[in-house]
Ligand binder design. Structure first.
Ligand code: PMP
Length: 348
């Protein structure tokens, strides 16, 4: 898609919004040493000061690690914040709609409901694959965004790049590709397509491969116009000081992340094989994430049995196309062994 008509995409109230300007927005120079502008307490350093509202230092690091210019980066309180912002920036409540694959990550539909936006579900094809033409057919004049998750949660498969790029080409709104599990997939990230596709928004997170779900740091990579609107609408200090510090620390430890990904990818086929050999397992689905979906007989009963044994997996048996399926995350070797031992003892 050539440069979108931003004004017709963005909600009129957001287009005209005069954003809140915090003390730290108004003064961001470096030479001052007496800060009496933000009604902070002068004691209890460093926690007495508001954090950088635009997380400039952290973005420099993210930029280096991800190969995306600083101006194309938004950082939020988890990628969930960016998902919500897409609705708040682009979708007029009770008028606009979004289209999404089904099944997929639950927050897209929850945020749609919170923002009073119609959510159109397009069921995936065989092997949970994506057909761009079906998604495009589900769009109307008021469709503002298409949500794709790749690798998809809960199915685990990565979507075909050709189909995702076709959406970017042929759809006149925002195409969101949620890459929360990108570090486990075979292909590199789709962020390299950002400059060619101004309507593409790529979501990533420190919550998965980076082992940092507790700190809540999500990333959105997009055209600088989209980033500008996210910044306008977000809470002024949406990423707190402790998170910025810890995220920065993690970004210096890429070798740890690579080591963890390696360990998890090494364990994954072992767990999948053991599960597929269980007499009551009907199917184990291929995956490019740190989890996989397995179809069982009597998934509910098996789920409850595992909980009684102190092992919690995700019961997805009531989700479209996932009847009788459990979603199993790959843990440490000891955790995986405990899971498999318990599964082998089930007499369901
Ligand atoms: N996207 C997907 C596909 C997810 O599975 C999750 C978390 N389960 C998220 C986004 C949310 O990530 P975060 O912790 O960054 O909010």
């Amino acid at each position: 898609m050539s440069t979108p008509d931003w004004q017709s995409l963005v909600r009129p109230n957001i287009w005209h919004l005069a954003p809140y300007r915090s003390a730290r927005d108004e003064y961001s120079g470096t030479d001052a040493h007496v800060f009496l502008d933000a009604n902070e307490n002068p004691y209890n350093r460093p926690y007495n000061r508001y954090p950088d509202p635009l997380q400039r230092e952290l973005k420099q690091q993210v930029s280096r690690v991800k190969g995306v210019p600083v101006g194309n980066i938004f950082l939020g309180n988890g990628s969930d914040e960016a998902i919500d912002l897409i609705y708040r920036v682009f979708c007029r409540p009770s008028k606009d709609n979004v289209v999404a694959i089904e099944p997929t990550y639950g927050m897209y539909s929850v945020c749609a409901a919170i923002n009073d936006v119609e959510y159109r579900r397009v069921t995936l094809e065989a092997h949970f694959s994506l057909r761009a033409d079906k998604l495009l057919q589900a769009c109307s004049q008021n469709t503002k965004a298409i949500f794709i998750c790749s690798p998809n949660n809960p199915t685990g498969n990565a979507m075909e790049r050709k189909e995702m790029l076709r959406l970017c080409e042929d759809f006149n709104g925002i195409v969101v590709i949620d890459e929360a599990y990108v570090d486990f997939q075979r292909e590199p990230s789709i962020v390299s397509e950002l400059s060619a596709h101004p309507n593409l928004v790529v979501l990533q997170t420190l919550s998965k491969a980076w082992g940092s779900a507790a700190i809540r740091l999500g990333m959105a990579f997009a055209h600088e116009t989209v980033i500008g609107f996210f910044n306008k609408v977000k809470y002024p200090y949406n990423v707190n000081h402790l998170t910025q510090e810890q995220a920065s620390e993690m970004l210096h430890h890429i070798d740890d992340v690579e080591k963890w990904v390696h360990l998890i990818l090494d364990e994954r086929p072992k767990v999948m094989r053991a599960v597929s050999e269980l007499p009551y397992c009907k199917e184990v689905f291929p995956t490019e994430a740190n989890f996989f979906l397995a179809r069982m007989t009597k998934a509910d009963a098996l789920y409850n049995y595992l909980v009684e044994r102190g092992i919690v997996v995700r019961n997805r048996s009531r989700v479209t196309l996932c009847q009788d399926c459990l979603r199993i995350t790959i843990g440490t070797p000891a955790e995986n062994t405990a899971l498999i031992a318990a599964l082998r003892q089930w007499e369901g």
